[in-house]
Design a protein around this ligand. Structure first.
Ligand SMILES: Nc1ncnc2c1ncn2[C@@H]1O[C@H](COP(=O)(O)OP(=O)(O)OP(=O)(O)O)[C@@H](O)[C@H]1O
Ligand SMILES: [Zn+2]
Ligand SMILES: [Zn+2]
Length: 806
């Protein structure tokens, strides 16, 4: 057997398959997508099997692979083939894509352990190879050395043993402590007779052990301790006297096992929903890889359409992928999927432990989970026979990976759909301009849900001009009209969502005497004030320092924080509405695992009147009693130097406004802004996505921005400013000479000082072009030079369709 592998060396020269011999004893372990270790030059490297062949074209003598690193493959043929396409489309190496496709737990240092699931079967089958009969001994990597690969494979396939990944130096296994009986009832009788008459509790326990001995067999320690007459001291005595013994067992926890989901049933679709449903369902049945844009206003029932379509796919034995922008922010969505389907769902959540995640992947590969819910990287879930891919809130920038490999989940979804001949749904109330314009020209099929469910009205949006308010009232946070509306809703016992738009905005520290702003010494930005930890922090690197009491520049004590944080707003709410209960959601209050969910559940159960938060509260929430949404500061991000600044502002405002009035009561929205005449604010007020789309398209057209032009950014970074500076100009002239400058517009680098992040200096140029053919080859050339650049300490990155700029 010969395998073709891609080695884990990200350079152009080796970005192709290499042939290796498989020693016959390892053949049984080989699968496509499995990681192996191979000799490469003078060293051993990791490699991924991309093809299994019988013969090689290679002239020389083939070397054998040294080791098999996995016991099961997390990739399949489809994904391995796709990795080549993606790599060439986004200017990176194939190994980078393959690595990104693997579950993240394989990217950390881990050890394999074997857990023996079926001891009897295990002992029967391995009797010829193992002399000891204790199964514990073999529950480690050493099993590989003792058993032939074929047998090992059989044990794994038949679930007799299971591989468990444990992160090195980190205990991830969860245990439960049991207590167990250690003597016979007669023995307990004897003990009771010998017992000092004053030991009442002990007597009670022994009495019960005599009468109900069976109940103490493998009893959970907690159950014992919860017994009203027992306590820890008693347990310790019982163990010392050997009446009882302790047994510690590992548990494999299904992250969703303890959660109960009320089953939800299919709703009768509205006419608009029905139309979308039947069109997409027809494409699925006809095995057409059509991409649909489901453009539906907030609360129009997009999710119900996804769920019913996934249900149909499942009924036909197909699988489905459902992508959400961020799992932690969308607990309600996960709950809706769970409660509809109950079983066979894998939720790929970054907060899962390594072993939990391993279990989820294994269920996907074994076909036990056919619906995968997750964020961006779940688009690589190794499902077979996909019948539908859904990308909810398709406009979110989180679908594009910000660092290498810079893939966009939407593109991957469309490629996969072509392989599986299945439809893709891109859903949003505010589609990205790229997507909406593709629907315009027919590359995607546009389906609309223009109305809310049950003909509910969209909430009324009012703009409040803050420039007329600041300084005239007691506080600069709430306008009188917002205060008025909040009071009104509180009186009516309805709920309120308040958004503090922190995008492009932070609290910094400024000296009132000399104007000095506290800066990060390693980066080019001001430090942000974090009240909860009383620290100044850098948002680019991990630099932090205590809050200074005097200005480091002029020593004045007149140094203060500027800008508002959620904490400050929460304090103001408390002053203004002492009777109201507020839940605050921001990075500080949601740090713990499951914390988002807890806060949102509390709010949905009516345990608070006001939900105050940053943009994390804008997405997908469906609370029926929310009738007022207040945006405290709408335009902090409007003037960022980014051509998508207004698009993002429009999307955020529309999304958050959409949280109001989803139930029986009419909703309203107050948007506080310093730019009430700005077209974005006007269109937010009118809640008119279509008008917004055409207006914005015109602006993009005039400035030659996407979707009229493609954009690729080239970023150079180095610890030495002059080196980075020199390199960016070299690249610029290299491109200038190689391409037709009628076809490719080169912008930058900007004349300002270099951006400095974490002690690296950054320069960027932007390429704009209408036709990829004019630039493709040159970008590949630049990619092929990167290895040589790295040796000189210069990092060049190519970002096709960047979401953010430096
Ligand atoms: N056909 C239907 N009949 C009755 N209720 C429905 C129907 N479809 C959806 N709903 C309900 O209407 C509400 C809004 O629907 P849903 O959350 O699916 O809208 P959405 O378009 O996904 O919302 P958003 O994009 O604003 O998050 C939900 O509470 C949902 O259960
Ligand atoms: Zn910094
Ligand atoms: Zn000063």
């Amino acid at each position: 057997m010969i395998v073709k592998v891609i080695v884990d060396i990200p350079t152009q020269q080796v970005d192709r398959p290499f042939d290796y011999l498989v020693p016959s004893e390892l053949e049984a372990m080989i699968e496509i997508g499995i990681r192996v270790q191979v000799p490469f030059g003078v060293r051993q490297v990791m490699a991924i099997v991309v093809e299994i062949v019988e013969e090689s074209d290679y002239e020389g003598k083939l070397k054998p692979i040294s080791k098999v690193l996995d016991y099961m493959s997390f990739l399949n043929e489809e994904l391995v083939a796709l990795s080549a396409t993606i790599a060439s489309e986004i200017f990176t190496f194939r190994i980078n894509i393959l690595q990104a496709m693997l579950p993240s737990m394989l990217r950390v240092k881990y050890e394999n352990y074997f857990h023996i699931e079926k001891p009897t079967a295990f002992l029967d089958l391995t009797a010829d190879y193992l002399d000891a009969d204790g199964t514990e001994v073999y529950a480690s990597e050493s099993l590989v050395e003792v058993l032939p690969a074929k047998l090992l494979k059989k044990l794994l396939n038949d679930d007799i043993i299971k591989v468990e990944y444990r992160v090195k130096d980190q205990v991830t296994t969860k245990t439960i402590t049991y207590i167990d009986v250690n003597q016979t009832a007669d023995d307990y009788m004897n003990e009771l007779e010998r017992l000092n008459k004053n030991s009442k509790k002990q007597a009670l326990l022994l009495q019960d052990l005599i009468e109900n001995r069976d109940q103490y067999i493998m009893m959970k320690q907690n159950d014992f301790l919860n017994h009203p007459d027992y306590n820890r001291r008693l347990l310790n005595i019982a163990i010392e006297n050997q009446w009882l013994k302790k047994v510690v067992k590992e548990v494999y926890r299904d992250p969703l096992a303890n959660q109960h989901f009320e089953p939800s049933y299919e709703q009768t679709l509205t006419n608009d929903q029905m139309q979308a449903f039947t069109t997409i369902e027809a494409a699925r049945q006809a095995k057409k890889a059509t991409t649909f844009l489901l453009e539906g206003v907030t609360g129009s029932g997009k999710t119900e359409v996804y769920l019913q379509l996934m249900q149909r796919a499942r009924q036909d034995g197909q699988s489905a992928i459902f992508l959400v922008p961020e799992i932690a922010l969308t607990p309600q969505m996960v709950e809706r999927v769970k409660s509809r389907f109950q079983t066979g769902i894998a939720v790929l959540h970054s907060a899962l432990s390594v072993s939990e995640r391993y279990d989820e992947w294994r269920r996907i590969i074994k076909g036990e989970a056919t619906i995968v819910v997750g964020a961006r990287s779940s688009i690589f879930a190794p499902l077979k026979n996909i019948g539908l891919i859904v990308i909810d809130e398709e406009h979110e920038s989180t679908y594009k990976q910000a660092d290498n490999p810079r893939y966009h989940a939407r593109d991957v979804a469309i490629w996969r759909s072509e392989y599986h001949h299945c439809p893709v749904i891109l859903g949003s109330a505010t589609p990205s301009l790229e997507t909406r314009s593709r629907a315009e020209v027919g590359r995607y099929q546009l389906l609309r849900l223009p109305k809310r469910i049950n003909e509910r009205a969209l909430p009324q949006v009012d703009l409040v001009d803050m420039s007329k308010i600041v300084g005239r009232f007691n506080n600069d946070i709430f306008s009188p009209s917002l205060i008025d509306k909040i009071q009104h809703r509180l009186d009516a016992k309805e709920q309120i969502i308040l958004l503090l738009n922190k995008r492009g905005y932070a609290s910094y520290m400024l000296c009132r005497d000399c104007g000095h702003v506290l800066q990060c010494p390693r980066c080019d930005i001001s430090l942000t004030y974090h009240k909860s930890q009383e620290q100044m922090k850098c948002h680019y690197c991990d630099y932090h320092s205590p809050v200074p009491h005097h200005c480091p520049n002029c020593h004045s004590h007149n140094i203060r924080t500027y800008g508002i944080g959620t904490q400050k707003v929460a304090e103001t709410i408390e002053e203004l509405f002492p009777q109201a209960k507020t839940i605050r959601m921001d990075i500080d209050t949601t740090r713990g695992k499951g914390q988002h969910e807890k806060l949102l559940t509390a709010f949905s159960h009516g345990q608070a009147d006001i939900l105050l938060g940053t943009q994390m509260i804008a997405k997908g929430l469906d609370f029926e009693k929310v009738t007022l949404v207040g945006v405290i500061n709408a335009d902090t991000a409007l003037h960022l130097p980014d051509f998508r600044a207004s698009e993002r502002t429009f999307q955020l405002m529309t999304q958050v406004a959409g949280r109001a009035g989803r139930g029986r009561y009419q909703g309203e929205v107050i948007v506080q802004t310093y730019n009430p005449d700005h077209y974005v604010m006007q269109l937010v007020k009118q809640q008119d996505y279509e008008r917004y789309f055409y207006t914005e398209m015109q602006r993009r057209h005039m400035a030659n921005y996407p979707p009229y032009f493609y954009i690729t950014s080239l970023t150079v970074s180095s610890k030495f400013q002059n080196q980075a500076h020199k390199k960016i100009y070299e690249l610029k002239s290299q491109i200038f000479e190689a391409v037709n400058t009628q076809q490719v517009i080169i912008l930058g680098p900007s004349n300002g000082p270099a951006i400095k992040k974490n002690n690296y200096y950054y320069y960027q140029i932007i390429l704009k072009y209408k036709n990829k053919d004019f630039i493709q080859q040159e970008l590949k050339t630049i990619l092929s030079q990167t290895q040589a650049d790295i040796r000189q300490g210069i990092f060049v990155s190519i970002d096709h369709e960047p979401q953010f700029f430096i």
